[in-house]
Design a binder for this molecule. Structure first.
Ligand code: SF4
Length: 287
């Protein structure tokens, strides 16, 4: 008789640490939700989480909750409750399981961390860059919690960006009762960059937040990269970040402060075949 081979499973060290981080994250939001000592924003994937964090919000992601509902197998029982409300079985199951979870008052946070319910939002912020469902999903919660819903519909699959695209975003921001100024700028040109900063200061009188988000890289193999492509990548993704921050800091320091957010990329850490040539300027932010 052959002896049954025992499978030896090794615990991954990071699993425990990840559990600790997640517990801390959810407990902090639970506390804020109960005491109101900090504001909680709900944010969609590809939403402006960095902005919200810079503003001091704790940020909660309902799509992650949807993933937890799936991985704990709670979703199957909860989805029909959202379907009964009129949400089609054909739409995103993260949405329907999350809404079902709210309707039933059940969450995997209870078993995992002893938390009774998801944190109550003070504001809901969406971006439809990835999918249109998120706006309806958040609009439902906005009505339930009676809190503001903010967000923009970003144009998708558009090829070249025209002035109409930019103006349509500005109009959406103005519809939120905010001011917007569109200044198309080639960030690799330092004189254009300074003109943009001057225009913003002239219109708003001060600059409180700068988000360095622009990046460019050729999508060719490393052996094919030209010197021109290399220079263009560094100019957009690294040089512009420094000089734009410098120009804005010259306004922020005399006014008493401000926030500069540099958006990085996981492509600065790992290599993918299609972008193997990326010179990885993002780690340069840490220089
Ligand atoms: S399909 Fe849309 S709503 Fe669902 S998880 Fe993806 S981005 Fe979020």
């Amino acid at each position: 008789m052959t002896e049954e081979k025992k499978v030896v499973r090794k615990n991954i060290m990071s699993t425990r640490e990840m559990g600790r981080i997640m517990a801390e994250y959810f407990h902090e939001m639970d506390q804020a939700s109960k005491t109101g000592d900090k504001k909680v924003a709900w944010c969609t994937s590809v939403g402006p989480a960095e902005l919200l964090l810079a503003m001091g919000f704790l940020v909660y992601y309902p799509e992650n909750h949807g993933a937890m509902l799936g991985s704990t197998r709670m979703a199957t029982d909860l989805i029909p409750h959202a379907n009964a409300l009129g949400y089609s079985p054909d739409i995103c199951s993260y949405l329907t399981s999350d809404i079902g979870s709210f309707l039933k008052g059940e969450t995997p946070l209870t078993k995992a961390f002893g938390i009774e319910s998801v944190p109550k939002p003070d504001v809901l912020v969406f971006n439809t860059n990835q999918c249109r469902d998120v706006k309806d999903w958040f609009a439902w919660y906005s009505r339930k919690f009676n809190v503001p819903l903010l967000g923009v519909h970003t144009p998708r699959e558009i090829g070249e960006i025209t002035d109409d695209h930019l103006q349509s975003i500005a109009k959406e921001i103005e519809a939120l009762d905010r001011s917007a100024l569109v200044v198309p700028t080639d960030l690799t040109d330092l004189s254009q960059l300074q003109k943009m900063v001057d225009q913003v200061q002239a219109k708003f009188g001060r600059i409180d937040i700068l988000i360095n988000n622009a990046a460019w890289t050729p999508t060719v193999e490393a052996l094919e990269v030209t010197e021109e492509q290399w220079d263009q990548t560094i100019a957009t993704s690294l040089k512009a970040v420094f000089f734009l921050s410098q120009a804005v800091a010259r306004i922020m320091i005399p006014q008493g402060g401000g926030k500069i957010i540099n958006m990085g990329s996981t492509l600065g850490e790992v290599s993918l075949p299609a972008v193997r040539s990326m010179p990885r300027p993002k780690p340069g932010f840490t220089i």
